[in-house]
Every structure is written in C-alpha cells, then in structure tokens.
Design a binder for this molecule. Structure first.
Ligand code: TYD
Length: 198
C-alpha cells in the first residue's frame, strides 16, 4: 500500500509520517518510510537548486529526475506499507506557482502531467493537510535555515493549487489547524480503514 502526505510547509506532515510509521511497525507491519526530495545525491542537488534559486524549469526537472529514481525504489518496496512525505503533487502545487508567469498555473499543470505520465506510479491514499499559511510559518519559525518557499503569500497560492487538484485526484483533506494529535488520529483512522479494506 502506498500512502502520500502532502501539504505546504508547517502542516506537521513529517511528524505525522514518522508517528504513523512507528505505530504501524509496532503493530507488526513492514513499513517503508520515505520522502521527496530524497536523501540521494539527486535529492541533494534538488535542495541545492532550491537554495541557489535556480529557475523554475530547472527546479521542476530536477524534482522529476529525483522522482524517476525514487519511483524505482518505491516499486521495490511495493509489498510494504510505503509512507511518502511529499510526492508528485508537491511539484504540481509548488512548481506551478513558480512557473505561473511563464506557463500559467494550468499550463504548468499540463506540462507536469505529461512528464509524470510515462513514469507514473500512483498512490492508494493521498492526504492533503491544510493549515493557515501564517500558522504554518509560525510553526517553522526558529528553524535555522529559512528557504525561499517559506513565505506566506507563496504558500497561500501553493495551498490553493493543492486544494484545486484535491477533488480531481481524490485526496483526503485534513484540517491541520487543529492539534497535531487530532490531525494524526484523523490520518491514522483512514489508514486503518484502508488497510482493512484490502
Ligand atoms: P521538504 O523536505 O518537505 O521541506 P523541509 O526541508 O522543510 O522538511 O521540502 C523542501 C522544499 O521543497 C519544500 O519547501 C517543498 C519543496 N518541494 C517542491 O517545491 N516541489 C516538490 O516536488 C517537492 C517534493 C518539494
């Protein structure tokens, strides 16, 4: 089973992914916990491109290069419960906002869908955790390195794209403005329902 957690920075996704992995492991499930950008050299190059503010096309293509390799890894772990912190929908949301001047949001989305099509490996469950972008920024405030992405207005637009594509892709939308323990319980409940339905 392949589970993806999506949302803007500061939604608590990573904490939830870790907690879910720990709980499922303690119940005896085999779990593969992973994230994008990955920790491989390509993933590191992706982070470098973000830091150096390379142009939107470069960043989008690097995210896809990292993902193309990652998908091979995901397929090898297909018999486990895969928990992935960010996936292709992050590119859809973040890079479409980055490229909106050049391609428009829907032009960028069309382009990304075409790139994704031949490598396509779709999740069984996608959680979209939304948060007030100002609250998201407050939560990450204090982290040493502030990335360009971590800006309220940008994140608001990114979140709008996530919400726009949520219906189309059947995301489970979770309100991340509540206590993290409640967000976690909502995610955990849906995951257990899905596991039992398989
Ligand atoms: P992430 O590792 O989730 O953030 P953090 O380092 O704070 O834990 O992702 C790094 C940044 O990359 C984050 O701002 C989201 C962005 N991103 C994209 O713009 N497109 C993508 O496809 C992915 C996977 C991440």
């Amino acid at each position: 089973m392949f589970i993806v957690l999506e949302g803007i920075d500061g939604t608590g996704k990573t904490t939830i992914a870790n907690k879910l992995a720990d709980e499922l492991k303690s119940q005896g499930y085999s779990v593969f916990l992973t994230q994008e950008p990955t920790n491989t050299w390509i993933g590191k190059d992706v982070r470098r491109a973000i830091e150096e503010e390379k142009n939107g096309f470069t960043q989008a293509l690097l995210f896809f290069a990292d993902r193309a390799e990652h998908i091979e890894e995901l397929k090898k772990n297909g018999d486990k419960i895969i928990i992935c912190d960010r996936y292709v929908y992050s590119t859809f949301a973040y890079q479409s906002v980055q490229l909106k001047e050049k391609l428009g949001i829907s032009g960028a989305l069309d382009w990304f869908r075409k790139i994704y099509a031949p490598m396509r490996f779709d999740p069984d469950l996608v959680f979209l955790i939304t948060v007030d972008p100002e609250e998201g920024i407050r939560r990450i405030y204090g982290r040493e390195k502030k990335e360009k992405f971590e800006k309220v207005e940008f994140l608001r637009e990114v979140q709008d794209v996530f919400i726009k594509i949520a219906d189309e892709y059947g995301f489970i939308h979770i309100n991340g403005n509540q206590e993290l323990s409640k967000v976690y319980s909502a995610v955990h409940k849906k995951v257990m329902e899905k596991i039992k339905s398989l």
